[in-house]
Design a protein around this ligand. Structure first.
Ligand code: S3P
Length: 170
């Protein structure tokens, strides 16, 4: 096992939860790009957006994955928007294994209704606005997400299946 595994997908698709389990199973360290930014600045993602804005957040995301030491294999959960900016999806495809955790908009909506406050892009949306937002953004972002080397639908999003997939590619 000598590659970086990048987990991508829309907000609420379960990247961090599954990423930690996958890292455990593969005996690799786990890194979460949102957490890296939070730790570096001592701010939550929402506070960061408020203080510095989205453009700077995207630059920070870009820097984190560019500065990763890829000689150290690990599992990386990337923020939902990261693959869609600064040619990050191309970079991740060149440097490691990319896995898209794909979920339909309605499911993401059910999962995100409770988690709005931590996510600055959706914090102020009512439930109907949230559903429309997810549908639109998901369509826009799918062009990037679907460039991942592995596209895992809901039934394939288990640690066992993903660990097997990673081992077969690596
Ligand atoms: C974002 C997703 C968030 C976080 C930020 C922006 C996005 O990460 O990076 O709120 O643009 O989709 P999660 O996907 O881990 O929620």
């Amino acid at each position: 096992m000598c590659q970086t595994v990048f987990l991508l997908g829309f907000m609420g698709s379960g990247k961090s939860t599954l990423g930690k389990k996958l890292a455990n199973r593969l005996k690799l360290p786990f890194l979460d790009t949102d957490k890296e930014i939070e730790n570096k600045y001592g701010l939550t993602v929402s506070q960061f957006f408020e203080k510095y804005g989205e453009d700077k957040f995207r630059l920070e995301e870009k820097a984190i994955i560019r500065e990763l030491d890829t000689s150290q294999p690990r599992v990386v959960a990337v923020g939902g928007g990261l693959p869609c900016f600064h040619k990050n999806i191309t970079f991740m495809n060149e440097k490691g294994i990319t896995i898209y955790l794909k979920r339909p908009a309605k499911e993401l909506f059910q999962r995100l209704k409770q988690g709005k406050s931590k996510r600055p892009l959706i914090t102020d949306l009512s439930d109907p606005e949230l559903l429309s937002y997810i549908e639109e953004k998901l369509q826009e972002r799918s062009v990037y997400y679907e460039q991942a080397q592995v596209i895992a639908g809901r039934d394939e999003q288990t640690v066992e299946l993903l660990a097997g997939k990673v081992r077969s590619i690596d």
